[in-house]
Design a protein. Structure first.
Length: 163
């Protein structure tokens, strides 16, 4: 009876790409906080459009006050950060249209936000968007997309398993 309680789960959690665009390794992000994985492991997407989708079923943990980043938790407990652009905190929300709020339940593929790629670029900021696994002490990225291009809300970006 108790064996199943203590058995380590090897079930993987599938994350869909939150954006449409080109997938690049985190090491190629021109910001040391991300490229040196100071916040955690992950990948980045150079977006070709401005729509951000939920990568899994779960809930919104935090929408940053400056609207440039969203933290989410899957129903299984995986926590990720979607950081729209680099240094975009300086835009103080200008160009970001967030469609969700803290504590809101989300489903895979649902709309989270839009951000104005042109406005971000014209303000002198990069649109590359890191997707970071925040609780890497409990979970690990088992497999990342081998595809160069992903379709947001549809294509698999990565598989995450419990350690």
């Amino acid at each position: 009876m108790f064996k199943s309680l203590f058995k380590k789960s090897d079930k993987s959690i599938t994350l869909l790409a939150p954006l449409t665009g080109k997938v690049v390794p985190l090491e190629e992000v021109p910001d040391q906080v991300f490229s040196q994985k100071m916040m955690g492991d992950g990948v980045a997407i150079i977006p070709s459009n401005s729509t951000v989708y939920s990568p899994f079923d779960g809930e919104i943990v935090n929408v940053f006050q400056t609207k440039h980043a969203i933290t989410l938790r899957s129903n299984e407990g995986v926590e990720i950060l979607i950081h729209m652009g680099l240094d975009t905190v300086n835009l103080k929300g200008d160009g970001f249209d967030i469609k969700v709020s803290d504590g809101e339940k989300i489903t895979k593929g649902s709309l989270l936000a839009n951000f104005d790629l042109t406005k971000v670029k014209e303000a002198g900021y990069e649109v590359i968007t890191p997707i970071i696994l925040l609780n890497g002490d409990t979970y690990e990225i088992n497999q990342q997309s081998l595809s160069n291009m992903v379709n947001g809300g549809n294509d698999i970006l990565m598989e995450i398993t419990k350690k």
